[in-house]
Design a protein around this ligand. Sequence first.
Ligand SMILES: NC(=O)C1=CN([C@@H]2O[C@H](COP(=O)(O)OP(=O)(O)OC[C@H]3O[C@@H](n4cnc5c(N)ncnc54)[C@H](O)[C@@H]3O)[C@@H](O)[C@H]2O)C=CC1
Ligand SMILES: O=C([O-])CC(=O)C(=O)O
Length: 328
Amino acid sequence: MSKKPVRVAVTGAAGQIGYALLFRIASGEMLGKDQPVILQLLEVPAEGPQKALKGVMMELEDCAFPLLAGMEAHGDPMTAFKDTDYALLVGSMPRKAGMERAELLSINGKIFIGQGKALDAVASRNVKVLVVGNPANTNAYIAMKSAPGLPRENFTAMLRLDHNRALSQVAAKTGTAVADIEKLTVWGNHSPTMYADYRFATVNGKSVKDMINDQVWNADTFLPTVGKRGAAIIEARGLSSAASAANAAIDHMRDWALGSNGKWVTMGIPSNGDYGIPKDVMFGFPVTTKDGKYEVVKGLEIDAFSQERIDKTLKELTDEQAGVSHLL
Ligand SMILES: NC(=O)C1=CN([C@@H]2O[C@H](COP(=O)(O)OP(=O)(O)OC[C@H]3O[C@@H](n4cnc5c(N)ncnc54)[C@H](O)[C@@H]3O)[C@@H](O)[C@H]2O)C=CC1
Ligand SMILES: O=C([O-])CC(=O)C(=O)O
């Protein structure tokens, strides 16, 4: 018997990430090739974005996806999020060349108050929320704090693009395949302060750290390359990452919903105090996922270099949090 459709809300659905994301959700790449979906699409309630959204929906229709059980266009989160099981909060302004993501907080932060409240009011009580819109960690924190009626662990921020970027850099450096690399993670904020950490990573059981054996490369090449990759894409494309961001959103939601089969993945999640990160800070952690739940990988040794990096990215996040406390 075929499965009951689930409801997937996507905001910023007519934007560039939306365009790279919706077709893959509708084709079953996010929730499985046997899971029908109903897309609940939110755009700004103005003629231009709504018209563009209609165009995207016409194209979705023209794909005749067997798993697309329905789709709706919305201009109000209170209707867009009704009974939704999954919410991908993408809609917000992207940065331009020369900006840091934190600079978007004053523009984008308030979007996540209204959307958090709407999720609180109308979404499924089990809704899984992924915030993509930047600055993603603090926007996710804002949404979580605006939705006190929902479990806090349902709110997550996207660090998966950073995780995937780190995987590709490590694969290139070691001459190995990304698929063979395990136990890599990215700690902290989706910003240049993030700490991509391959100390525990292995390729077919061999230590990546031993294979690379070059702390200068780690500190001076790897970390800046991963940390500033978003800016490098903007510099090259004139627009911020879209297809790779959509791909990471699919990876994040797929693993959360369907499980990571014991593999480590990185998710931005509200801290429970692990590794000394204060409760509720929306922080990138290594997690494993199973049965729709994530669990932080515990007991990892944090050496002095790593602690310094973790402290730096934590400080940035607590500063961002303090900057929005008057809104919450
Ligand atoms: N966390 C991550 O790893 C990444 C995050 N991003 C962020 O994702 C966001 C979206 O990026 P793009 O799709 O490239 O931008 P875009 O400008 O192409 O599309 C954004 C869309 O959101 C819509 N929108 C704006 N406010 C909205 C609201 N309140 N409700 C619903 N829709 C709204 C706009 O009308 C627009 O269609 C940006 O903040 C960007 O910085 C981008 C790449 C990676
Ligand atoms: O850098 C940006 O502004 C977009 C983004 O978050 C990324 O590509 O990592």
